[in-house]
Write a protein that binds this ligand. Structure first.
Ligand SMILES: N[C@@H](CCC(=O)N[C@@H](CS)C(=O)NCC(=O)O)C(=O)O
Length: 221
């Protein structure tokens, strides 16, 4: 059994989708970020960075893995699923996984902060993070023009890493109507039963994109 520490956020959803895709048994603990449960001493011993997600593999000497990209690689290697073993295939998946980890996650995360949460509206910061998020989406759209999935003609952990973030594009205030191949890919990934299930673990009362629609906020086209 694997212990899985998470919350209702995109980095957490990557891992719940991965568990559902692979069928690995897991035991989920929902950490409530608003109560700072992820900053408690017991959890900092698991993830010294005090963030979700993290896992502890009870079937592998209680081995701990934190950082969502590293967890995806660990679970893919443990199961032999969603990450090819040939050098080029593996490298291609890891390149697009790193693109999400170092680009979309950090920049879209800041778009959420400055567009939705910051007490003071700073147009420079909102514009900077929304434009970079949009630019990264455009790179994906171009990639997906000739490829069904991010790493080529097969679904992989690179797709799992990107999907929960892009599904929140309205929350970031970034439109995707002019990115047809990204939209086509979103539809394909969204239809997967494991994605549907994983996106709802843990359950969340709030649906940020639906809230964004209610607020009718203007999206960066
Ligand atoms: N690079 C890390 C980022 C993890 C991360 O930022 N997690 C967020 C939720 S999506 C979190 O724990 N936020 C609470 C905090 O920063 O205090 C990963 O991919 O695992």
């Amino acid at each position: 059994m694997i212990d899985f520490y998470t919350s209702a956020t995109p980095n957490g959803r990557k891992i719940s989708i991965m568990f559902e895709e692979t069928g690995l048994p897991y035991n989920m603990t929902h950490l409530h970020l608003s109560k700072l449960e992820h900053k408690q001493d017991w959890y900092l011993k698991i993830n010294p960075n005090g963030k979700i997600p993290a896992i502890v593999d009870r079937d592998n000497d209680d081995f701990v893995v934190f950082e969502s990209g590293a967890i995806l690689i660990y679970l893919a290697e443990k199961t032999g699923m969603l990450l090819p073993t040939d050098v080029k295939g593996r490298s291609t998946v890891i390149q697009w996984l790193m693109f999400q980890m170092s680009g979309i996650g950090p920049f879209q995360g800041q778009a959420h902060v400055f567009f939705r949460y910051a007490p003071e509206k700073i147009p420079y910061a909102i514009g900077r993070y929304q434009r970079e998020t949009k630019r990264l989406y455009t790179v994906l759209d171009t990639r997906l023009r000739d490829n069904e999935f991010l790493a080529g003609d097969f679904y992989s952990i690179a797709d799992i890493a990107a999907y929960p973030w892009i599904s929140l594009h309205k929350w970031a205030g970034v439109g995707i109507d002019d990115l047809p191949d990204l939209k086509r890919w979103m539809k394909t990934v969204r239809r997967r039963p494991a994605v549907k299930k994983g996106m709802d673990i843990p359950k969340s009362k709030r649906v940020p994109d639906a809230d964004a629609e209610k607020k009718g906020s203007k999206l960066l086209a």
